[in-house]
Ligand binder design. Structure first.
Ligand SMILES: *Cc1c(COP(=O)(O)O)cnc(C)c1O
Length: 389
């Protein structure tokens, strides 16, 4: 953690450039000016800041820190997680590329494949459950250019063998992408396991206060980094705003201590739920009962505040239980200070459930985010709701 702590506290900052202010300012400017036409003409050689769609000093400090945390050579920040995900696909794929996508990746990623990349770029997609590497290998075609992963995924917390997937992909010249939002750069290092592109949604733990939208990609390959920054981000125009970057830097400062607290609370809550007579099953990477506990120990060094559970009762009861909660608020995000609950699968059709290899009973899945209110408060809240249910 030593390197990470230094990255979070000091790395990427140069106080002499902003009057020794201990906190870097929000560079709220759209352009930078030059003292002569000649120096303007040399802006590329001098790597000067020119215009805010290409780069911004506050955004750059954030990028330096996240690149260092992930062990990458470059990070590129976008206006949202989805802008970052789309940028990664645009940078790697071409017309008629084939993509292998883990089944339970974040739903809007599958939506952008279905609504844009498949119809507009004639891309084809094969879905993989993320479990059997032989099955992955069998899905590879001559035109497979990219594998999209998310580990752990955030409904039933399926984990994929990251190093194993990267090894197979490399042998076939395929680029790999992983959504590392759940673990944050502190609890999982996909680049070190051979992944090419790591994505973080910054509205979750990096921001940590439910007050920003942003996304960031990290790579180890300089050519890919330049494509992402100078072509995709600069020309499509999806750069993160300076105020959001400043808030993300501020969020990073306390990431380690917040995560420790989320984890401590979540483990207590998960154990409470697992032992509750009305609960059928708990999905949480921090429990020994997770079917992939061994793999999790190999590639994750921590767990955060998000989990799901299923009641023994009918799935319809799940909504009733969530409505009875007083501290957990009803909302779809996670990673902030606040505890949240949702039944994300209630609206799923039978076909949707089958696609995700989920049991009919999982329709009543209750996903909760354990915020910073404390395990005692959250367990009390769950207890009163479970009692009435
Ligand atoms: C929220 C989320 C996203 C999307 O990020 P946006 O900033 O909302 O576009 C992607 N992946 C995961 C795992 C998320 O939780």
């Amino acid at each position: 953690m030593r390197e990470e702590r230094l990255a979070i506290t000091h790395f990427g900052e140069d106080q002499t450039k902003y009057m020794n202010a201990v906190v870097p300012p929000v560079f709220m400017n759209s352009l930078h000016v030059f003292d002569s036409i000649e120096s303007y003409a040399q802006h590329e050689e001098n790597q000067s800041y020119v215009y805010g769609r290409a780069a911004n000093p506050t955004v750059h400090i954030l990028e330096e820190k996240v690149a260092s945390l992930e062990g990458g050579c470059r990070a590129v920040a976008f206006a949202s997680g989805m802008a970052a995900a789309a940028a990664a696909i645009l940078a790697v794929c071409k017309v008629k590329s084939h993509i292998i996508c883990m089944r339970d990746v974040y739903q809007p990623v599958k939506n952008i494949l279905n609504q844009y990349f498949i119809p507009k770029m004639e891309i084809t997609v094969s879905y993989w459950d993320g479990l059997d590497l032989n099955e992955l290998e069998a899905l590879i075609q001559d035109n497979t250019d990219m594998i999209l992963l998310e580990s752990p995924a955030t409904f039933v917390f399926t984990v994929t063998d990251i190093a194993g997937t990267a090894r197979i992909a490399k042998a076939h010249g395929i680029k790999t992408y992983i959504d590392n939002t759940y673990c944050t750069p502190l609890y999982q290092k996909p680049l070190a396991m051979g992944i090419d592109i790591v994505m973080h949604t910054m509205s979750k733990y990096i921001g940590g206060h439910s007050d920003i939208i942003g996304g960031i990609l990290v790579v180890k390959d300089e050519e890919l980094g330049k494509m992402l920054q100078n072509t995709i981000r600069e020309l499509f125009g999806g750069i993160l705003g300076p105020m959001e970057a400043w808030l993300a830097i501020r969020g990073l400062r306390t990431l380690e201590v917040r995560l420790e607290q989320h984890q401590k609370t979540a483990i207590e809550v998960a154990r409470y739920l697992e032992n509750h007579p009305k609960v059928e099953r708990v999905y949480y990477t921090g429990l020994d009962s997770h079917p992939q506990a061994q793999l999790i120990k190999r590639q994750q060094v921590g767990h955060t505040g998000l989990m799901s559970f299923v009641l023994k009762d009918d799935p319809e009861r799940a909504a009733k239980l969530v409505n009875l909660l007083k501290i957990f608020e009803i909302g779809c995000s996670w990673g902030g200070f606040e505890s949240l609950a949702l039944c994300p699968l209630l609206s799923y059709s039978e076909a949707d459930m089958e696609f995700l290899n989920l049991r009919a009973r999982d329709k009543g899945l209750i996903r909760i985010h354990c915020g910073l209110e404390g395990a005692d408060v959250l367990i009390e809240d769950l207890e009163q709701a479970l009692k009435k249910c």
